[in-house]
Design a protein around this ligand. Structure first.
Ligand code: UGY
Ligand code: MN
Length: 261
């Protein structure tokens, strides 16, 4: 293990020294690998370092970022009209919202509706993945509810009948929500059943394992820690390669007419 760690580190430095990265940005998709992360700060995350990996500037209609929160730091709500999803990669946060407190540990998550008052406090050094987007109301539907849970406690179901591809749906399936967050878990050798093309976008984080991701006419090797943005109609396919499961967290805009965006 030690040898592997050393050689991997050296390899990474070599690549960086010659100006190489696996990160790629195209008109309808992007791959962001950890070797090109740029840390930055934002006013509503005092003391935290953020890596903004997906943003409207690249053509996406949402943003996604890693938040490195030191113990004791506090994060505040996003801009007006923006809903937020947070997922704990490691560490622990306390979410205080309208008189109640929720503890979120590894794979704990929260869907936070727009324009609510809350704070997120890191109990220890914590890494979150966060997604924000402007909420799109559906006429006749009430506002979506706060939803807090832990992905480890959810039961996975086979996707489209394939028990080599297991799916966990993280937020409730009702029309008040304008998006979905899922975890897809591929056994070694499993793949998406066909090349998908759809008007919805994706923001994706590899949680474990890896494989080959097809995006438009490019095939990319991908691994844990990689982020992918898929724009509308970006042809997409994934095949899991390796001896362990490949697992990713994926966002999708959902439950709304294509004209509503
Ligand atoms: O839900 C989805 O569209 C999902 N199957 N897409 C993907 O994994 N690229
Ligand atoms: Mn898809």
């Amino acid at each position: 293990i030690l040898f592997f760690r050393i050689s991997k580190k050296r390899d990474l430095n070599m690549r960086q020294k010659i100006g190489e990265s696996r990160s790629k940005f195209r008109d309808n998709h992007a791959l962001m690998s950890p070797d090109s992360h740029e840390r930055t700060n934002l006013p509503n995350w005092p003391g935290s370092e953020l890596v903004i990996v997906i943003a409207p500037q690249m053509g996406a209609k949402f943003s996604q970022f890693f938040a490195h929160m030191p113990a004791g730091s506090i994060a505040h709500p996003p801009l007006e009209g923006m809903e937020r999803f947070i997922f704990v990669l490691d560490g622990e946060v306390e979410l205080s919202i309208e008189g109640s407190i929720h503890k979120l540990q590894e794979e704990g998550y929260a869907f936070l509706p727009n324009d609510r008052n809350y704070q997120i406090k890191a109990q220890i050094d914590t890494r979150l993945i966060v997604l924000e987007r402007p909420f799109v109301q559906l006429e006749g539907q009430p506002a979506p509810k706060l939803h807090v849970a832990n992905a480890k406690k959810l039961t996975a179901v086979p996707m489209k009948g394939d028990d080599m591809l297991m799916l966990k749906k993280l937020i409730p399936e009702n029309l008040t929500y304008d998006c979905e967050f899922n975890i897809m878990d591929f056994s070694p050798g499993a793949s998406l059943p066909y090349v998908e093309t759809h008007f919805m976008e994706h923001g994706l984080l590899f949680l474990n394992g890896g494989g080959i991701y097809r995006l438009d006419d490019c095939w990319y090797p991908v691994e844990k820690g990689d982020i992918i943005w898929m724009g509308p109609y970006c042809p997409q396919w994934f095949g899991a390669i390796g001896r362990s499961n490949a697992r990713y967290l994926i966002y999708k805009n959902w439950n709304r007419d294509p004209h509503a965006f």
